[in-house]
Design a binder for this molecule. Structure first.
Ligand code: GDP
Ligand code: IMO
Ligand code: MG
Length: 428
């Protein structure tokens, strides 16, 4: 059976966790393929809120296998905390969670380096989540990372850590005048973590290819979103992994042809956390209204999210890049009660006239002034609506307009944070 992917179509926090949880009952396996504990995926079931940073958002479904693929950077401290929290609720996990041995570890020095770099007076401030993501992926590319296979092999771990901590200490003392780290203490902690994680560490690429061959349905859960993608986002204001569907094959070890169905998740408006261009951003009370109404505060860092109107050219760019087959449009309920709703349909860059294409090059995106069309809103509370036909006509028109302009039909409409607050058309 062709696999399904769920990808953020904007700047992250689109509601991917809710959508994965909702449709995970149709999956046999849920797989994370990139990112790390920078992700914060919120799932609300029976009034209980769970926020997942590393665990795939399918874990609330008993009996489903969950996999953390090789493209993820795993902070063992966060992962073990998350496993403990989850199991303390009486839910079984250990026998249905597999970790790729080829996934790289986020070590305490990666967090240190992240914080020191962000704190540089002269440097570009990305507004990272502080989770050590950039430095961990940098070590991966620089071929000095510690993989989970190293973490669970005490001798390999000792050698790798000794070399890395010596390098890091030279760097942080000379460049940042920071105190050196204690390699022995880091080793002891990491060794204990490795012992706990060892039973779950395996060659998950082989496992996943085997499951595909058996006809099992795999779901790939994206973290962040297309416009935060390292290659295709607003570089350098991006995360350090391929946060679009292009990262799936490399980040899990399945062939690119495995994924047949791609769901792009987009809010009915836009948000962004951290620095970087955001053409549809609203700096007025409408932006405040979206932030308050949507509870737009980071699930990982608690930072207020910047808010703006739905950006059609940016979403169309995301859809074309990933080949979305359907959209999940979330948080429509947040727009209830607004007299008028804006849609960014194009931009004017440097006063040269309207363009309808997303300009891609970051300075151009920075200088893009949005061309906004307004649509009539609706006053009804739509949180209990469960069919498209029961939505107010202005809400239906707004959804249709987004889909027509982005060029992708909707599959799911979300009208509240809970699992059941959803309108489903069809999901393969
Ligand atoms: P993710 O990172 O893409 O999984 O998204 P986050 O969990 O960071 O942020 C989405 C937030 O919106 C969470 O607090 C969700 O509970 C909430 N949410 C998801 N869908 C809806 C919706 O349709 N309506 C409302 N009001 N909240 C939603
Ligand atoms: P989910 O999966 C929103 C942003 C950070 C920062 C940039 C780089 O919940 O959608 P990093 O810590 O990755 O080096 O930070 O990326 N960012 C996110 N924004 N949602 C996320 O994840 C994010 N993960 C990282 O705010 O601007
Ligand atoms: Mg999030």
């Amino acid at each position: 059976m062709p696999a399904t992917s769920v990808i953020g179509a904007q700047w992250g926090d689109e509601g991917k966790g809710k959508i994965i949880d909702l449709i995970a009952d149709r999956a046999d396996v849920v797989v994370r393929f990139q990112g790390g504990a920078n992700a914060g995926h919120t799932v609300i079931v029976d009034g209980q809120k769970s926020v997942f940073h590393l665990l795939p958002s399918g874990v609330l479904h008993p009996g489903k296998l969950n996999v953390i693929g090789n493209g993820v950077v795993v902070d063992p401290t966060v992962l073990l905390e998350e496993i403990d929290q989850f199991e303390s609720r009486g839910l079984e996990l250990r026998n249905r969670l597999l970790l790729s041995g080829a996934a790289h570890c986020v070590m305490p020095y990666h967090r240190t380096l992240d914080a020191l770099k962000e704190g540089e007076k002269a440097g570009v401030k990305i507004g990272t989540t502080g989770r050590g993501i950039g430095p961990a992926y940098a070590d991966k590319a620089n071929r000095c990372g510690v993989r989970l296979w190293d973490l669970v092999d005490e001798e390999r771990l000792r050698v790798r850590l000794a070399a890395n901590v010596a390098d890091v200490n030279r760097l942080i003392t000379a460049l940042y005048d920071a105190p050196p780290l204690d390699a022995d203490a880091l080793y002891e902690t990491a060794r204990a973590q490795g012992r706990r994680l060892a039973p779950m560490v395996t060659d998950t690429g082989r496992t996943l290819r085997g499951l595909l061959a058996e006809g099992k349905h795999l779901f790939f859960e994206g973290a962040q979103g297309v416009l935060l993608d390292l290659d295709h986002g607003t570089y350098p204001f991006v995360t350090s992994s391929n946060a679009d569907s292009l990262g799936i094959a490399a980040g899990t070890g399945v062939p690119p042809t495995a994924v047949g169905h791609q769901i792009g998740v987009a809010k009915a408006y836009c948000t962004r956390v951290g620095a970087g261009p955001f053409p549809s951003e609203l700096h007025d009370e409408v932006g405040e209204r979206l932030r308050a109404g949507g509870g737009e505060f980071g699930a990982t860092t608690g930072r207020p999210r910047r808010c703006g109107w739905f950006d059609v050219p940016a979403a169309r760019y995301a859809a074309q890049l990933c080949g979305f087959s359907g959209l999940a449009i979330t948080k429509l309920d947040v727009l209830s009660g607004m007299e008028e709703i804006g849609l960014v349909v194009g931009y004017d860059v440097d006063g040269l006239g309207r363009v309808d294409e997303y300009p891609v090059d970051t300075p151009l995106v920075e200088r893009a002034r949005p061309v906004i069309e307004t649509y009539p809103g609706w006053s009804e509370d739509i949180r209990d609506v469960r069919s498209y036909d029961d939505l107010p006509s202005t809400c239906r028109s707004f959804v249709d307009e987004i889909c027509r302009r982005v060029g992708v039909p909707w599959e799911l409409l979300s009208v509240g944070p809970a699992r059941e607050s959803t309108i489903i058309r069809s999901v393969a």
